[in-house]
Design a protein around this ligand. Structure first.
Ligand code: IMP
Ligand code: MG
Length: 187
């Protein structure tokens, strides 16, 4: 195992099962409807690609890039849009696809923002969820896996921009200089 990895938390097979299950659930829930999947860059790119291939209803994809600002002591709740959607979502069924829910600020803010554009419906989907870290309440419709309060990398998730390409999800080694405000600017 590479030095920077403490342990593998979720294997490739478990990730595949998770995507299959969520894809089937979404396909059932949206039967006879068309959806737009909105991936939150960059972290969600791997999950979005896998999930979409297990969804059988007609769909379009689009992406947003946002930066959230929060810290251990302050919860500003400010989410800045770095890249907005290309698609008009008015009257459409949209599902926001995230890599992980931590404080909950990003998804809460995105739901509020996208709702103002009058879509037919807004649902939230995340691959991973760290419920212990929640600072604001947010109702996530589709959750792949709940995980303990550990900093994870791989399958799209990064530390300092790296490790997104690892095929499984791993806990980063203790020797990393993890700052409390992990998410700042690097979604
Ligand atoms: P939230 O707004 O605090 O829920 O932040 C969610 C964002 O923080 C995610 O989309 C990730 O980009 C990042 N993040 C939170 N926890 C982790 C982690 O364990 N590894 C990598 N990125 C994380
Ligand atoms: Mg993210």
């Amino acid at each position: 195992m590479a030095k920077y990895i403490k342990e593998v938390l979720i294997t490739k097979e478990e990730i595949d099962q998770m995507c299959r299950r969520l894809g089937a659930q979404i396909s059932r829930d949206y039967e006879d409807r068309e959806i737009i999947l909105i991936g939150v860059l960059k972290g969600a790119y791997a999950f979005m690609a896998d999930l979409a291939r297990y969804i059988t209803v007609p769909l379009k994809v689009d992406f947003m890039s946002v930066s959230s600002y929060g810290s251990g002591t302050k919860t500003s709740g400010v989410v800045r849009i770095n890249k907005d959607l290309d698609t008009d979502i008015t009257g459409k069924h949209i599902i926001v696809v995230e890599d992980i829910v931590d404080s909950g600020l990003t998804l809460k803010h995105l739901r509020e923002l996208l709702t103002t554009r009058n879509p037919a419906s807004v649902a939230l989907c995340t691959a991973f969820d760290k419920p212990e870290r929640r600072r604001v309440e947010v109702d996530v419709d589709y959750v792949g896996m709940k995980i303990p309060d550990e900093f994870i990398v791989g399958y799209g998730l990064d530390f300092d921009g790296k490790y997104r390409n690892l095929p499984e999800v791993s806990i980063l080694g203790d020797d990393r200089d993890l700052k409390d405000d992990k998410q700042g600017g690097n979604q």
